[in-house]
Unconditional design. Structure first.
Length: 367
């Protein structure tokens, strides 16, 4: 199953990288921004099957990092393959895929609720979270989108979407869900290539939009336009090779336009920051940092990092919507990841060890 390092990342941490959710591509101000507290959480996914996910805490003012704050506050391990973390109002939601649980934390980081769900007699495994118009939404890898009432902390409804859904983001009364079909990669069915459009009011699927093979990450800009990264099929030597693609879905017409190549992305103000990180057939890695105008989809720059900083093996990217920090995490899949914090001018502010394997995303804490 280990075909190359990028494909390995898919199989073992399921490619929901992208430093997402509360700090990069929830679509501010389309999605209600959190009231930012004193720092950010960093979710480290760990290695699949190793039960070594954790959450670190980075203090904005002191620059101090507190390792494994979830365990110290709750006297228990986070679980297996932490997938996503978001802040909504005065609570934090953490999706832990392998352990099939969503933790809801108070503003101190202590557990308020453990949300578990079953469908057809099987535990459902959460993938990605977003918040919109009074609800928290989560994708489950068995093909469902669920909505959580933030007052009762109960799942109130689920709707079937596509195969193995990954990211979910909201725009103008609709929820957009990337259907990867990732578990079918080696079958005759193959990857999915659709984005489900779910009406918020009725919580039913309106339609599916066809995109490039294996969609995964979604971001939304300030005007509600949707950006989708499709991973393709990874293997450059195969005759039907499909490279990863960055696409823009117009918020009004829902027309899909290919605008480039990307592996990870984050929205900050009116700019889309992307990393293209691809392994070729010879085992060499090509890394390109691009910046796009979100209003037009045009590329503004081929080099976001302006001070010469080298980030080896980038694994994720996110941004803080208030502080205007750009976070880039790196991983070698074997040791603790590193976090690079940049200003929007592309200059490095700080770098630190994340205290865990495979950093997935950051999330501002709440007051």
């Amino acid at each position: 199953m280990k075909l190359n390092k990028f494909f390995y990342a898919f199989l073992f941490v399921s490619l929901v990288l992208g430093f997402a959710s509360c700090s990069d591509d929830d679509g501010y101000p389309v999605v209600e921004p959190p009231v930012v507290g004193t720092g950010s959480y960093i979710l480290n996914s760990g290695k699949s099957g190793s039960n070594n996910s954790n959450i670190a805490y980075y203090d904005y003012e002191t620059g101090k990092l507190t390792y494994d704050i979830f365990k110290s506050l709750n006297n228990k391990e986070l679980g297996d393959t932490g997938q996503d973390i978001i802040t909504y109002k005065n609570r934090t939601y953490v999706a832990v895929y392998g352990s099939a649980v969503i933790y809801v934390l108070d503003k101190e980081g202590k557990i308020l609720k453990e949300i578990e769900s079953t469908k057809n007699g099987q535990k459902q495994q959460p993938r990605n979270l977003t918040a919109y118009d009074g609800w928290v939404y989560v994708t489950y890898f068995d093909g469902y989108l669920a909505k959580i009432n933030p007052n009762t902390l109960e799942i109130e409804a689920q709707v079937a979407v596509g195969r193995n859904p990954e990211y979910v983001r909201a725009s103008k009364g609709k929820l957009y869900v990337a259907n990867s079909g990732g578990l079918d990669y080696n079958t005759a069915i193959g990857y999915d290539k659709t984005v489900s459009v779910v009406d918020v009011e009725t919580f039913t699927e309106d339609k599916k939009i066809e995109v490039v093979l294996n969609p995964d990450k979604i971001a939304v800009d300030n005007k509600g336009n949707i950006f989708v990264i499709s991973n393709g099929n990874y293997i450059q030597t195969r005759p039907d090779y499909v490279p990863n693609k960055l696409q823009r879905i117009d918020a009004e017409t829902q027309k899909v336009t290919e605008i480039g190549n990307a592996t990870y992305m984050t929205v900050c103000d009116d700019k889309l920051y992307t990393i293209y990180s691809q392994w070729d057939a010879n085992g060499s890695q090509e890394i390109i940092y691009n910046v796009y105008n979100t209003n037009t989809g045009t590329k503004l720059s081929d080099s976001f990092i302006t001070d010469g900083t080298i980030v080896s093996q980038p694994f994720c990217i996110s941004s803080d919507p208030v502080k205007k920090y750009i976070y880039i995490g790196s991983s070698d899949y074997k040791s603790n990841g590193d976090m690079y914090v940049f200003g929007t001018d592309g200059k490095l502010i700080t770098k630190f060890d994340t205290g865990g394997l495979n950093p997935m995303t950051t999330c501002p804490t709440v007051k």
